[in-house]
Design a protein around this ligand. Structure first.
Ligand SMILES: [Zn+2]
Length: 475
């Protein structure tokens, strides 16, 4: 059986999950379900990133130990993923003993490879970002993301000699041995490399809430460096059976704001210890909500639990994935969710299924309409291509153009009239429609697994139930 290893970013455990987290995780879930339907053995990893100054600060604010704090925040992610029906294989936490063990082994290998050296670091650090900033990154002396002044830091750190690996990273990106999609993000990475990237420190002095650096007890491992290692520690790096079976990752899904960490730093660290690089990194765009940047003060942070309460898990999945192509920046039009739900799901799919299934009381029908069959083949090809390129929005659009086509077919052939007149064409028309519905179910299964399962069961027992399917009640 062919394997497929897919990951989401691990989310920083300082808050409750919002739809930004759900967006990446849903993409991974749909792709993972699609690969399973193709017969692949899938390992799907998600989790939480739990070290660093910011977490220690937040815990102190709430009078908790950092561990108590992350136990709680991490559980919120698991809770939301469960109600959203996210079918992950493993949930890694960077406070797991397994993660720490793997990190120690990775760091030891890095050390042995000669890629690490000690140096004095002087510069600016934003606790909010958990990263070093250059003077040119600041706006009015403040971190542009957090609007707080960075700390001036002067300390001894251990550094990773990135320069040594940049030419090879660049070559692998250009030959697509390391594929970065979409192309716009790939160019962005090549641009970073062209402009020059400094070596980065892999440890922090005086940061207590972190994994101790084995070579020097005054240091902890820089939170970003150990967080990236989750993709291999979850598989019991370097000797575990899972590691041997599933590494390298077939797909890392990340957001545009963490591009450089994943497309440059992470591959360089793997190159240094002679491990294979991930095959592909898909970078989704950033988005606004109702036309504005998502922020607590604007009150437009969408809680996935509130969404699910209103629409149910499957429709919520659909509403989030059908907003804009993930390869671009976009806008989530929350204000139009009800309208879109009613248009696409209640009136679109729900109504189509209802119309067909009330007319076709038996699935034992014959013949197919040649034009619809040809259109179906076109959509099938389009759908497969889009799904294989991880273009979920585009794949959904293809499915919905088929839904529309079937609606038009019903309107022009008027099968309800033909049934009354016992017209011999009826069998063919209804059979074509049933065939169409069956394929819509298959296509939408990775997106709305529970609803499609319900429709599939209904179809299998067609004519035996007096109840309506009622797949998406109007809201
Ligand atoms: Zn910041």
């Amino acid at each position: 059986m062919e394997k497929f290893y897919i990951t989401t970013p691990i989310y920083y455990a300082t808050d409750r999950p919002h739809i930004g987290h759900a967006f990446a995780t849903l993409h991974a879930d749909v792709i993972s379900r699609h690969k399973k339907l193709q017969g692949k053995e899938v390992f799907f990893l998600t989790g939480t990133d739990e070290h660093g100054v910011k977490i220690a600060e937040k815990a102190a604010e709430e009078n908790k130990t950092p561990q108590e704090y992350v136990d709680e925040t991490s559980s919120h992610y698991k809770e939301v993923w469960n109600v959203l029906n996210i079918n992950f294989s493993d949930f890694i936490r960077t406070t797991d003993p397994k993660h720490k063990e793997g990190v120690f082994k990775f760091i030891k290998k890095l050390f042995d490879s000669g890629a690490i050296y000690k140096d004095k670091y002087k510069g600016l650090y934003c606790i909010g970002c958990e990263r070093f900033l250059a003077e040119k990154d600041l706006i009015n002396g403040l971190c542009p993301n957090h609007l707080r002044p960075p700390q001036k830091i002067s300390e001894e750190n251990y550094f990773f000699d990135l320069q040594k690996y940049l030419p090879e990273i660049r070559r692998k990106i250009k030959t697509e041995e390391l594929k970065i999609s979409p192309a716009s993000r790939r160019n962005e990475t090549l641009g970073f490399i062209e402009a020059g990237i400094d070596n980065f420190s892999i440890t922090r002095e005086k940061v207590k809430w972190g994994i101790p650096f084995p070579e020097d007890e005054n240091q902890t491992i820089y939170v970003w460096v150990e967080a990236l290692m989750n993709y291999v520690t979850a598989l019991d790096f370097p000797d575990g059976e899972k590691y041997k079976k599933f590494w390298p990752a077939d797909l890392h899904i990340i957001g545009a704001e963490i591009n450089k960490f994943h497309t440059v730093f992470w591959p360089a660290m793997l190159l240094a210890i002679n491990e294979p690089l991930p095959k592909e990194i898909f970078i989704h765009g950033l988005f606004t909500v109702n036309g504005q940047k998502m922020s607590k003060s604007l009150g437009n942070v969408i809680d996935p639990l509130a969404l699910i309460e209103k629409f149910g898990p499957d429709a919520s999945r659909y509403l989030l994935l059908s907003q804009f192509p993930a390869s671009e920046h976009g806008d989530i039009k929350e204000e139009q969710f009800i309208k879109k739900y009613n248009a696409d799901l209640a009136n679109g799919i729900g109504n189509l299924f209802e119309r067909v299934l009330t007319m076709a009381k038996s699935a034992d029908l014959r013949g197919k309409d040649a034009e619809i069959l040809a259109f179906y083949q076109k959509i099938q090809d389009d759908y497969s291509q889009k799904m294989n390129n991880y273009q979920l929005y585009e794949a959904l659009a293809a499915v919905f153009s088929f839904v529309k086509k079937l609606d038009q077919y019903i309107n022009t052939t008027e099968p309800w009239r033909l049934i009354q007149n016992k017209n011999p064409e009826t069998e063919k028309i209804l059979n074509t429609l049933i065939f169409g519905i069956k394929n819509i179910i298959v296509w939408l299964k990775p997106f709305m697994p529970k609803k499609m399962e319900k429709a599939e069961n209904y179809l299998e027992n067609l004519g035996q139930s007096s109840e309506k399917l009622n797949l998406f009640p109007r809201i």
